[in-house]
Design a protein around this ligand. Structure first.
Ligand SMILES: [Zn+2]
Length: 263
C-alpha cells in the first residue's frame, strides 16, 4: 500500500490525508482572505480539509455572483435615470413649420421659389426683350416708353426693392428650419452619446468582471467536483473490495453512454 502523507486541519483539528485538503498557500488569494477573515491567526502553512474549504469556496462564489448582480443593477439604474432625465421631445420640423405658416409667409416662400428658378429668368428676359422691341422699333405704332426705357428702369427698381425683403423673409424661415433641425440633432446626439457611454460601461463590466468571475466559478466548480470524487474514493476504500470495481464499471458505462448520446 502506498504511504500517504497526512496533515491536521487547523479548523476542526482532525487528521486528514493531504489529498483531502489544501494548504492555505495553495489557495486563491480571495478564498484565503475569506478564511483569514474568520481565523485571523491562520498561517499560509496551515492545512484545511475539503469539508471546511467547501464553505469558503461557496462563500467566494456567492460573493462574486452578488458583486456582479450589484454592478449590473447599478449600470441599469444609470440607464433608467438617463432615459428619464431626457424629456426632450423630438420636433417634427416640417409639421411644426407648416402649422405656423401665415399667408404672407406662404406668399414669400412661393415668390422666393419662383424668383430663384430658370423659369423666372426666361419669362423675365422675354418681357424685357418684348418691352424693348415694342418701344424701340415702335411696333404696332406704340411707344409708351421710348429709349432709354426710363419707365422700364423704374419698374425693375421697384421689383428689385420688393423682391429683396421677400427673399429675406423666406431665408429667415429656412434658417428657422435649420435651427430646429440642428436642435433635434443635438439632442439625439447627446442621448446617443449617453447611451453609448452606458453601453461601454456594461461591456467593460462584462469583460473585466463577469467573464473572469464566471471562469473562476467554473474553476471552483471543478475543484469541488474533484473533492466530491476524492470523498467518493474514500467511501469506496472503506467498503469491501468488490464495491469499488462495481462502481468503476458503472461509471465507465455512464461515460460511454453519455459519449454515445453526444455522438
Ligand atoms: Zn477540517
Amino acid at each position: 500500500m502506498i504511504e500517504e502523507k497526512t496533515a491536521i486541519c487547523f479548523i476542526d483539528h482532525k487528521r486528514h490525508m493531504e489529498i483531502d485538503g489544501r494548504y492555505l498557500k495553495d489557495l486563491e488569494p480571495a478564498i484565503r482572505n475569506l478564511i483569514k477573515g474568520d481565523y485571523p491567526n491562520a498561517k499560509v502553512t496551515d492545512f484545511i480539509c475539503d469539508h471546511d474549504l467547501l464553505k469558503y469556496q461557496l462563500m467566494r462564489v456567492d460573493g462574486m455572483v452578488n458583486a456582479d448582480v450589484k454592478q449590473t443593477r447599478k449600470i441599469n439604474r444609470r440607464l433608467t435615470k438617463a432615459m428619464q432625465s431626457d424629456d426632450y421631445d423630438i420636433v417634427d420640423v416640417n409639421d411644426n413649420l407648416a402649422k405656423s405658416l401665415t399667408f404672407g409667409q406662404r406668399v414669400s416662400d412661393a415668390v422666393a421659389r419662383f424668383g430663384g428658378s430658370w423659369g423666372f429668368i426666361f419669362v423675365f428676359s422675354l418681357v424685357l426683350v418684348a418691352w424693348m422691341l415694342i418701344n424701340g422699333l415702335q411696333l404696332f405704332g406704340v411707344h409708351f416708353d421710348p429709349f432709354p426705357f426710363i419707365l422700364l428702369n423704374l419698374g425693375l427698381s421697384c421689383i428689385a426693392a420688393i423682391q429683396a425683403p421677400i427673399i429675406m423673409m423666406s431665408q429667415n424661415r429656412a434658417a428657422d428650419r435649420d435651427r430646429m433641425n440642428s436642435e433635434n440633432d443635438y439632442h439625439v446626439n447627446l442621448k446617443s452619446e449617453h447611451e453609448l457611454r452606458i453601453l461601454h460601461a456594461k461591456l467593460d463590466n462584462l469583460t473585466q468582471n463577469q467573464l473572469p468571475h464566471s471562469l473562476e466559478i467554473q474553476k471552483l466548480e471543478i475543484e469541488i467536483l474533484g473533492q466530491i470524487r476524492t470523498e467518493l474514493d474514500l467511501i469506496q476504500r472503506s467498503q469491501p473490495g468488490n464495491v469499488k470495481s462495481n462502481l468503476d464499471e458503472s461509471e465507465t458505462r455512464n461515460i460511454e453512454n453519455s459519449s454515445e448520446n453526444k455522438g
